[in-house]
Design a binder for this molecule. Structure first.
Ligand code: NDP
Length: 435
């Protein structure tokens, strides 16, 4: 706290891990007295840099770029890039720290990192986005590489941005390598990568529900966000027979009491991905729906909640409302969407609750599969990748049970994910000595 006092999101992420990992360290001699968690919370390297670009009116704009290389004990740094005006050191360090545990859970050889910029892509032309991405990569390229650090997308960084970033990297290095994941299919991307985080979040929820003899069929599902993760969480939920009632963006949420079906989801994808519009535009076509301005959707009665927008979007009060309305399962597609207090509410009520580092790990896992395919110079089919994704989510679920099951049978997925993620990284760090 002394060293990172002005970084609330980072402290929150560390506190959540420390709550479960410290008691484990105390009980296990190989980790005790080695300051292992203290070493893990300090990034191996944190880079900030200037990003200058020229907007459409000819004005020079200046943003700040970042890359946090958190931990490389089990593999090269791996984690997304976020372009959003709220981006700062605290947010990126929290994301990088979470990423270390998440990547470890996937069982693939990936260390943890995160980066991005306070650049706001909203309202920018394609030309402005391209110029920004090119400028951003003109510095980042010296710090990354297919065996060093492999960035991907996150909020504000999708296929379009990854394309521009990759183009500049390739030009500067004069090499075609798998330095970024989330690439287009014709230039090194993997099938299922766009779907992977959302699908994985639902696969994980399915595994949790199975432990209670339940499934998605016929369930009422509430989803936040309408970006990459939310869209595919909704798609998979629909495929499994659920009734999806809401989606949202930073302006509020839409509630469609008749359910968002495949056709309506395609319309939302058109609004968000092609027109780059607002979720409220949905009402222009589907007049039965309502738009609730400035609110999150947790007040809508549901069986399953899938928070897929951003950090701290689900508070203690929201958690209480979800419980009161009979929600039995929360699977996080976003990173740290529930506050620590909200998590405690879910745990106290003993409902099925999965933290993002477990339930949204399908995205980075499939990025890992993209890296493997790049190295092999070979592409797996959609079915092959989807099957591997399912297997990985199932294995993560098993790891959570291994380390998170209480004597009375309740599974604390937070404890399970944190300890399972910790053990692998800590063992590697201990084996490599004090570096
Ligand atoms: P997108 O940029 O595609 O979508 C983000 C969505 O969240 C948009 O609907 C956006 O609304 C909303 N949102 C963003 N910031 C806020 C905010 N401050 N308040 C309310 N809503 C907000 O990002 P992704 O779908 O890729 O990422 C969503 C979450 O999932 C993030 O937490 C990310 O870290 C996490 N994640 C993503 C992975 C991936 O593979 N993409 C992998 C693992 C986790 P608006 O359009 O109004 O900004």
């Amino acid at each position: 706290k002394e060293r990172n006092g002005d970084e609330p999101e980072f402290l929150q992420a560390v506190e959540e891990v420390a709550e479960t990992v410290l008691p484990y360290i105390v009980k296990h001699e190989i980790y005790y007295g080695k300051n292992i968690l203290l070493r893990m919370v300090e990034p191996e390297r944190a880079i900030t840099f200037r990003v200058c670009w020229v907007d459409d009116s000819g004005v020079i704009q200046v943003n700040r770029g970042y890359r946090i290389q958190m931990n490389s004990a089990i593999g090269p740094y791996k984690g997304g890039l976020r372009f959003h005006p709220t981006v700062n050191m605290s947010i990126l360090k929290f994301l990088a720290f979470e990423q270390v545990f998440k990547n470890s859970l996937t069982t693939l050889p990936m260390g943890g990192g995160k980066g991005g910029s306070d650049f706001d892509p909203k309202g920018k032309s394609d030309g402005e986005i391209m110029r920004f991405c090119h400028s951003f990569m003109s510095e980042l390229f010296r710090h990354i590489g297919p065996n060093t650090d492999i960035p991907a997308g996150d909020i504000g960084v999708g296929a379009r941005e990854v394309g521009f970033l990759f183009g500049m990297y390739k030009k500067l290095k004069n090499e075609f390598t798998g330095v970024l994941t989330g690439k287009g299919l014709s230039w090194g991307g993997s099938l299922i990568r766009p779907e992977a985080t959302g699908y994985g979040t639902v696969y994980f929820a399915q595994k949790m529900l199975e432990t209670k003899g339940e499934g998605f069929n016929g369930k009422q599902v509430v989803v936040s966000g309408s970006g990459n993760v939310a869209q595919y969480a909704v798609e998979k939920s629909i495929q499994l027979g659920a009734n999806v009632l809401t989606m949202s963006d930073s302006s509020g949420y839409i509630y469609d009491s008749e359910g968002i079906n495949t056709e309506k989801l395609a319309h939302i994808m058109q609004i968000k991905n092609v027109k780059r519009g607002r979720i409220s535009d949905y009402l222009e076509t589907y007049k039965n729906a309502i738009f609730v301005k400035g609110k999150t959707p947790w007040e809508v009665k549901c069986d399953i909640a899938l928070p897929c927008a951003t950090q701290n979007e689900l508070t203690e009060i929201d958690a209480e409302i979800l419980l009161k309305n009979g929600c039995i399962c929360v699977s996080e597609g976003a990173n740290m969407p529930s506050t620590i207090q909200a998590v405690h509410v879910f745990q106290k009520a003993r409902i099925l609750y999965a933290p993002g580092k477990a339930s949204n790990a399908g995205g980075v896992a499939t990025s890992g599969l993209e890296m493997t395919q790049n190295s092999l110079r070979f592409n797996w089919t959609r079915e092959e990748v989807d099957l591997k994704l399912k297997e990985i989510m199932s294995n993560i679920h098993d790891s959570c049970i291994k380390y998170g099951k209480d004597e009375d049978g309740y599974v604390d997925y937070v404890r399970g994910a944190n300890i399972a993620g910790f053990v692998k990284v800590a063992d590697a760090m201990l084996a490599q000595g004090i570096v």
